[in-house]
Write a protein that binds this ligand. Structure first.
Ligand code: HEC
Length: 143
């Protein structure tokens, strides 16, 4: 029984390291939310590229996670919390309506994903990626 325990510890350490140095729990929460968005998008992207076999249930789950995450963006970002590790630009709060609209665009794109087959998923996946890039360009450091 040694091996599974060691593996669990390894993953736990990895998760902690990803946000090492973040002191503000509110900033940590919004980074975690975005990390989940990244994970769901990665799951879909791997299927689109054929790096993992297409799995309709997993694809539907990732789509649902993105829709849900978009709903949580306004709540988790609303307070103007800061942290030296944060990559959020002041524009998030200076152009709050634009930022929220950007989150809703991501949600619309996620809703527009067809998760019935790899081909159908591929057809709309680019639209989703564009909404990530659009928001990061305006509201995230170095993007
Ligand atoms: C409404 C704007 C917005 C949209 C849409 C958006 N992001 Fe982000 N994202 C941000 C902001 C702002 C940050 C920086 C947050 C911080 O560091 O405080 C961020 C950070 C991230 C991070 C780094 C998280 C971490 O570990 O610190 C990832 C990964 C990410 N986004 C992926 C995505 C993907 C993939 C999409 C599209 C499916 C997406 N984002 C859509 C605004 C957005």
């Amino acid at each position: 029984m040694r091996r599974p325990v060691a593996l669990v510890l390894l993953f736990a350490a990895g998760a902690a390291l990803a946000h090492e140095g973040v002191e503000n729990p509110a900033v940590m929460a919004r980074m975690e939310l975005m990390k989940d968005v990244g994970t769901a998008t990665g799951t879909l992207g791997e299927m689109v590229k054929g790096e993992t076999p297409f799995d309709a249930a997993r694809a539907a789950e990732a789509r649902a996670a993105l829709i849900d995450a978009a709903d949580r963006v306004p709540t988790l970002f609303e307070a103007r919390e800061t942290d030296p590790e944060s990559e959020a630009l002041p524009a998030v709060w200076e152009d709050w309506d634009g930022f929220v609209a950007s989150a809703m665009e991501m949600q619309d794109a996620a809703r527009g994903l067809e998760t019935g087959s790899a081909e159908a998923l591929r057809a709309r996946f680019g639209d989703l990626g564009q909404t990530c890039r659009a928001c990061h360009e305006d509201y995230r450091l170095d993007d």
